[in-house]
Design a protein around this ligand. Structure first.
Ligand SMILES: Nc1ncnc2c1ncn2[C@@H]1O[C@H](COP(=O)(O)OP(=O)(O)OP(=O)(O)O)[C@@H](O)[C@H]1O
Length: 260
């Protein structure tokens, strides 16, 4: 088991935003967390990496790869991110500093995780870019010189650089057109097969859930109303809210040119 969350609650000063959530993610699993806007999906994912905004506090238990995350010193939690745990976000532009090249982003990340040799850093960066369909020519480029799909690929390359056990993919396709979105998800699926990492996949899009998820948890108003295997939830949803979400989801064909 890679991640075990028990009775996790997240509070602001005057409100509880996430209520006693429990879930378990196994090694190599594609776990979809689905729910309407504001249901608490992002807060849950932030708590896993000790990334909650400072006005919020979490209680309960988050065990990631044997480590009790909520009680880790912040320096230890920082080294966990990137190593054991990595994030890819919807706002891939916000993940990059505009005046730093792609190569400098790699470099910074590698130095923060003690890759001391410059030669090794460049070699790793080029291999990582190649593994997501880019190449070393992207290293000297600035983020604005890449398309949305290319930037999201670069952010996945950086996130997977140090072989995390768990990749949190938070709405990674929302800002992309549908062809780029399918390519990115195919890429994630391929990388998952290669590396064996588990993916916590946060999404509104049931087409992607149907296609990739092995486990699903449905969140509403800060609680998980239903969870289980993808087959079970999709074929026999128990909760009204899940049924509504599934019924409201468009069933569109996957663009033919990116069908696996
Ligand atoms: N720093 C904060 N302080 C107070 N409330 C917050 C804070 N961050 C988020 N919230 C509130 O917590 C709730 C859950 O937010 P969260 O971002 O986790 O939702 P979400 O399910 O990820 O939504 P979306 O799909 O739109 O990203 C929302 O009501 C949000 O307004």
């Amino acid at each position: 088991m890679i991640l075990s969350i028990e009775q996790l609650s997240i509070h602001s000063r005057d409100k509880t935003l996430v209520h006693e959530v429990s879930l378990t993610i196994r090694k190599g699993e594609w776990y979809a967390l689905v729910g309407q806007s504001g249901s608490g999906k992002s807060l849950l994912s932030q708590a896993i990496g000790q990334l909650l905004p400072p006005n919020l506090r979490a209680d309960g238990q988050v065990i990631l790869h044997g480590l009790d995350v909520l009680n880790l010193p912040s320096s230890r939690a920082r080294s966990l991110r990137g190593g054991t745990l990595a994030y890819v976000f919807q706002d891939y532009q916000g993940s990059f500093t505009p005046f730093r090249t792609i190569g400098q982003h790699f470099d910074e990340y590698q130095k923060a995780h003690d890759v001391t040799s410059a030669t090794v850093r460049t070699q790793q960066a080029v291999e990582a870019l190649e593994s997501v369909g880019l190449d070393g020519r992207f290293l000297p480029r600035y983020p604005f010189q890449l398309s949305g799909g290319q930037l999201q690929r670069a952010s996945i390359a950086i996130a997977l650089l140090l072989s995390p056990e768990l990749l949190i993919a938070d709405e990674v396709t929302t800002a992309l057109d549908s062809v780029s979105a399918h390519r990115i998800l195919q890429l994630l699926a391929a990388k998952q097969r290669q590396t064996g990492c588990a993916i916590l996949f946060i999404t509104h899009d049931w087409r992607h859930v149907r296609r990739y998820a092995q486990q699903i948890a449905v969140m509403k108003d800060g609680t998980i109303v239903e969870s289980g295997s993808s087959k079970l939830i999709l074929e026999n949803p128990q909760h009204d809210y899940t049924r509504q979400l599934i019924q409201a989801a468009p069933v569109l064909p996957v663009p033919t040119e990116v069908k696996p």
